[in-house]
Design a protein around this ligand. Sequence first.
Ligand code: FA5
Length: 346
Amino acid sequence: MDPQEIINDLQHLADRFDDSVSALATEQQIRDLQASFLGKKGEITILQKLLGKLPGESRKEVGQAFNQAKQRITTAAGDAIDGLVNREASEYLDRHTDLTLPGRAPRMGRMHPITLVMYDIVDVFVSMGFDVALGPEIETDLYNFGKLNFPDDHPARDMQDTLFIKEGKTLLRTHTSPVQIRTMLEKPPPIQIVAPGAVYRRDDDPTHSPMFFQVEGLLVDEGVTFAHLKGVLEAFLARIFGRDVRSRFRPSFFPFTEPSAEVDIECISCKGAGCNLCSGTGWLEILGSGMVDPHVLEGVGIDPERYTGFAFGLGVDRIAMLRYEGISSIRLLYENDPRFLEAFRR
Ligand code: FA5
């Protein structure tokens, strides 16, 4: 047989495959057609048996033509099957997609109630001219206690059950007051800062959490008096709880302030009559404050004869619980149950 004739036949076979495959409607039909060309008894397989009878010099050329024809048929069969699958998929989507259905809104994240309250608190002080200062949560014993006038063996150190990292050296800060020390060591007066952040204590009950948030305030300048402290805090309480909230300053003790006062507001639940929330007292404690102790000023190189200052530290969680009445346990603020958090939209 003439080698050129075989090459022509192969081309015609591949063309015929192309023509026939485009009319087929199922994958099985395509596979059957492919087998009738390339299978054991397929037309190309039978033709290939002639290859051995060809003169040696033309075998190579004809062999290549066989390979090309087989390749064309295999590729065309694959393409035809892909086309069928795509067509079926888009027909399925056409049948089952209802473009008139409303879309599904993505779930939006929102700010945590503690963050919301913390921002509100900081905003009030910033509007009064305070700058924001930050400090590390892993603190030295020296800044958390020593420089704040807690003597080594003073029982005041036990007042705040401390989570030590290295006893006597490093710890998780128990309050935001060390930011006072860092700020005063960094720059001379006038100083007017608020320091928000997380603090840690060995505390765990419905109103105390092992990790909670405080906002510290510090103002140091010439001629600062207790009247300034009272004025700033009363203005702050009016902004956060409303103009008519009653407050009282109660004498207290902190090693780093003298005199010291804790500030209570009239119970927002019973309006002073006495209830469970205020343990029957009619008042709720929300912050500690006082005039910066002259020893503390001296310890950071500020002349206490020239400068005086006031400081305060408030519990953000406590304010959040009062603000959003109905938060009965501080733990709710830290469990991060989405059903609880979704209630605080803004
Ligand atoms: C202090 O931490 C002082 N550093 C505050 C201070 C600053 C006084 C500057 C004077 C000058 P105290 O331990 O009372 O003080 O804590 C302050 C507030 O933090 C409390 O009024 C309370 O609202 C809140 N608080 C204390 N412990 C917890 C706790 N475990 N969980 C949640 N809130 C707490």
